[in-house]
Design a binder for this molecule. Structure first.
Ligand SMILES: Nc1ncnc2c1ncn2[C@@H]1O[C@H](COP(=O)(O)OP(=O)(O)O)[C@@H](O)[C@H]1O
Ligand SMILES: [Mg+2]
Length: 355
């Protein structure tokens, strides 16, 4: 593929242009905050509680950036029903979380991300196998004015070449946090797919953090920060392209990492407190049915149903139903009828997650 010409600068970027004093200072701060989160997260005994809740929230927010809008309650409700019966936005968000999990498995198994992994992740979100763009016509427009702001490469071989260069750089030894900003810019600039580029790019961000061990579980995501600073996100992406200056963009992403790591740490702490309090109280008020695993079920699944308890505790439906009813009677859960079934909501956790 050596002979391919492309106007897009290849990676790595010129270090002198990226590692400015301001960026290195911000990098140190972001690293320290992220390390604190990394250190605290394992104090929650069942990591699925964190991963499920935080990854679903990110799936919702990352999809919202692309105008796929749903609510936490809708999502959790849809998680209790068959995929064929799901609402279409909820389903797309749930696909996004599945893509995050798939990416995490790839990192765990191979500690490397290949071009075909990137394609797999995009396919999991979009649920079609169009793959890398082969037909021309894709451009990025300003949604307010409808004016074209950027036309990414249209040639299939050029896209493959650029993606290959992207993955080589992603996997190399450089492990800074500013590199995540560079990678995200490059991925969005290559824009290899007809759709799902924003979401795939944001999943690649967390996979990069996992790959370089900045975090051990997929719990740090920037979408809420991006939503809050949406116009800056678009403006700065465009600025790198037009001025070839990395500083503002990298600073913006590093600030996002720092701010989000702080918020996530607070969230993890509140989840931990609520879990400990609930364990204590269930033990006190429902001693006959109490087990650590039962309480963990209603934290792993803020919307629980009998099947979840049957499968996890390996007990029969009648007993599982009795357990959930007793938790409901003691105000640990609130019931909701969905079709023929009763779903049990951990409202205390839901309220906390929505904050
Ligand atoms: N000027 C720009 N330059 C580079 N990337 C951009 C620019 N404007 C938007 N983007 C990226 O394109 C994404 C949208 O692309 P799209 O394929 O529609 O993603 P998705 O399907 O996930 O909606 C945005 O989230 C952003 O990351
Ligand atoms: Mg889109």
């Amino acid at each position: 593929m050596r002979d391919i010409k492309t106007p897009i600068p290849l990676l790595p970027p010129d270090l002198k242009k990226v590692e400015t004093t301001a960026i290195l200072r911000k990098e140190a701060k972001a690293r320290a905050t992220l390390a604190e989160l990394k250190g605290f997260a394992p104090t929650i005994p069942n990591q699925n509680i964190l991963i499920n809740a935080i990854a679903l929230q990110e799936a919702k927010e990352s999809s919202a950036i692309e105008n796929i809008v749903t609510t936490q309650d809708e999502l959790y409700k849809n998680l209790t029903i068959k995929s064929s019966a799901m609402d279409s936005s909820a389903k797309e968000v749930i696909n996004y979380r599945e893509a995050v999990y798939k990416g995490c498995d790839i990192i765990k198994m191979r500690r490397l991300i290949s071009v075909s992994d990137v394609i797999k992740i995009q396919e999991t979100i979009i649920k079609n196998n169009a793959g890398i763009r082969k037909l021309p016509g894709t451009s990025l427009v300003n949604s307010a004015t409808n004016e074209i702001v950027y036309t990414p490469p249209q040639d299939y071989r050029e896209l493959c070449y650029l993606l290959d260069n992207f993955c080589t750089y992603l996997n190399d030894d450089e492990d800074s946090l500013w590199k995540m900003a560079v990678l995200h810019y490059q991925f969005e600039t290559i824009h290899p797919f007809y759709d799902g580029n924003g979401r795939t790019g944001r999943i690649l961000n967390i996979l990069y953090l996992l790959l370089k061990k900045h975090i051990d579980t997929p719990i740090l995501y920037l979408s809420s920060y991006i939503i809050k600073n949406k116009s800056e996100y678009y403006t700065l992406l465009q600025e790198v392209r037009e001025t070839n200056v990395w500083e503002n963009w990298c600073f913006f992403i590093l600030e996002g990492i720092e701010e989000t790591a702080k918020q996530t740490l607070e969230k993890v702490k509140s989840i931990k407190d609520l879990l400990e309090l609930t364990l204590e109280k269930v033990k006190e008020h429902c001693p006959k049915i109490y087990s650590k695993e039962l309480v963990e079920i209603i934290f792993e699944n803020p919307y629980s149903k009998i099947d979840f308890v049957v499968n996890k505790l390996d007990i029969n439906r009648k007993t599982a139903s009795k357990y959930l009813k007793e938790l409901e009677e003691n105000n640990f859960l609130s019931p909701l009828r969905v079709g023929k079934e009763i779903i049990y909501i951990n409202s205390h956790l839901m309220e906390m997650l929505k904050k």
